[in-house]
Design a protein around this ligand. Sequence first.
Ligand SMILES: [Zn+2]
Length: 87
Amino acid sequence: MAVIRWRRKLFFATIIAYMPLMWLSNRFFPSFRGMAITFSIWVVILFITALYSALARCPRCGNYFHMHGMSLMYLRRCLHCQLSVKS
Ligand SMILES: [Zn+2]
């Protein structure tokens, strides 16, 4: 369960990091190209952390914690057995 919490944190941290990252990019590379490069790097990191957290398995039922079929949902509970992230 600690693994799932850590991966969720990493994913949300990436989303939150977007604003300061863009601000820093604007400050040091004040061009459209610099912003575009920073943005694409951020998208890649977001994709990796999303995948990483989506592939975390539930310790109780063994299914993917945030995935049910094709749907990916970041709820506080397992989509299969309702096990809470806090437990
Ligand atoms: Zn489960």
